[in-house]
Design a protein around this ligand. Sequence first.
Ligand code: FAD
Length: 476
Amino acid sequence: NRIIVWHRRDLRIFDHSALAEAAKFADEIIPIFILDDDILLRREDFSPACVGFMLESLEALALSYANIGGKLIVRRGQVLEVLKSLVGETRAQAIYFNEDYEPFAKMRDQAVQSEFEKLGVRVKAFTDQVCFHPQRVLKDNGQPYTVFTPYQKKWLALSGNIPTPQPALTRISTPELPSIPLPKTSDIRKKFSVQPIVQGGEPKGLKRLRAFLSQNIYHYKELRDFPATNATSLLSADLRFGTLSIRHVFHESMRLVPQASEPAREGIQTFISELIWREFYFQILDHFPHVEKHSFKPEFENLKWENNEVFFEAWKNGQTGYPIVDAAMRALRQTGWMHNRLRMIVASFLTKDLLIDWRWGELYFMQHLIDGDLAANNGGWQWSASTGTDAQPYFRIFNPVLQSQKFDPKGEFIRKYVPELQAVPVRYIHFPAEILRKSPLLAREIGVALGKDYPHPIVEHKVQREKALRLYKAMP
Ligand code: FAD
């Protein structure tokens, strides 16, 4: 009895739903990863940082399989063709994989299901990347939730049912089969000059999880909003590529609760709440797939964005004259990651100060993020643009200077990524344009030529805010 285990965004062997299930029934397991040309060559929303993380994770996955006597098979091409040929070569009776809730993946998996059913090969999909299948957490009337707080309440009420991780596999066997070498991660990194914030692979993910659980989780509530403190888990790419099991992350976090002091317990609860946001957006995408291209709230579909290309370039290049925005955008390009508070600030700035369509920003993020994930990214962008599930009315407009003063009070994060502002005193670091107005002499003393070394603000927040309000109010 042979079962194919098709890995996609679940690049680990520990507590892997499809693999654990296959191991119960199969004499031989055929783990495969397909380098899918439809994604690698044709999709413009898959960043080099993601490709790098994925390849590192695949190298580690191959090693994990080798350690338990198996072998990861890697092939390249069109998914249906590759699977058909593998079934032909191995006479496998079944194909197992873990569910994926993106519209593209659902279509692909549907095609695989119907094709192989015709051939008499069993196809089974398992819930793996979330604690709860999107159909599990529903309102009492059976409808999906569209507001986070009640969703979270229901999720927590059900959380006693989240399965504990399955025991680690110690031995499997794989038939001898041809496999292609993986492309070299270093080539990709060189080509795109990303210095990623994290490296891929299950062992690295487990190490990151342990490090976070040993310290930062306890302070998560107080510190998670301050980019310079590096207080968040940095697990987003692991969860995106499934190098960690979400059930494992959940249970390991909850295990700390009984011994934790009250503030530490709040840290753990706040962290769990972020994991629930992640699931909330998966279920939004699953139930409302139109969000991939359109506003969740239909009334905001036809907002008259100004879509000024010069402003868009300035935003992308970290040259807006608003240091917190510029630091965040430069960090993204350099490291493939951006802190959540900064994602909210730059997304609000793009949509409500520059009046640019959230979809432009969403795509740019996907092209640069190491954790780029359709559900979370789309959810975050639509939340920031007020076109999404946020229960607040549209007038949540961040003031980039106040946000900067509050969340990077000493300007440490700014100075790291906008070195030309190194010498600017804290008083002016959040809005250096003010130096010229208040103290031209100081501007000369600190040696920053505003408008030359660092740009003047490309827009005035107060003016743009009014424009944004008019833009949204014009909608029916
Ligand atoms: P932590 O603060 O340690 O959070 C733990 C985990 O919870 C994260 O790893 C992530 O899986 C999940 N999580 C946390 N916040 C959110 C959230 N608001 N929505 C969904 N999941 C969350 N997250 C992505 O994983 N991929 C994206 O492409 C993405 N794009 C975003 C775009 C915008 C405009 C915004 C505002 C947020 C976006 N987020 C995205 C959510 C969040 O910013 C990142 O998950 C977080 O910054 C990752 O860092 P971390 O692992 O240290 O997070």
